[in-house]
Design a binder for this molecule. Sequence first.
Ligand code: ADP
Length: 184
Amino acid sequence: RRSARLKNAHVGHLELVMGDITEQDVDVVVNAANSSLLGGGGVDGAIHRKGGPDILAACRALRAGHYGRGLKTGQAVATTAGRLAARWVVHTVGPVWSATHDRSELLADCYRNSLHVAAGLGAHTVAFPAISTGIYRWPVESAATVAVATIAETRKQTPDITSVRLVLFDKRAFDAYEVAAAGQ
Ligand code: ADP
């Protein structure tokens, strides 16, 4: 059984969970969206499938309003979480990995902006996936270092967020984030 292999750990103020982001009982689930906001594969597909049509309807409304050109890389915006246990989904667009350009600040923006949006909503608990490490091909060890450092730094400015959980889909990602968190 898959659950027999699930792992979790607390490292400093971070909670690391091996599992599915759509199953997290938190105030905010962060979506690794794309700039269209209209759905995709990976985390995005899983959130829309499980959360139901209200999330896509809210995303379409954003596109019809302030986000006519979509969401820029590093930005974050909230919608309902539909049928998920969470109260809100915060959509953010990770950078596509580049071997020639360092896009770490854009990846850091995803974590910073998502936490600030969550704090603005009054959220206390937030779950992140490993943004950019799937379809956007970011090496997981590097993405983990950026994620862990940025979350630690941003939490000093968002004291009402009492729990930040990183939800890793497989053991390899979990182990990389655990190493990064221990080195923080
Ligand atoms: P991106 O386009 O930002 O790379 P992806 O959704 O393709 O986003 O992948 C981000 C990470 O999320 C990958 O490591 C992938 O394995 C993982 N992932 C995919 N589905 C889920 C899920 N349901 N819950 C948690 N993590 C997931």
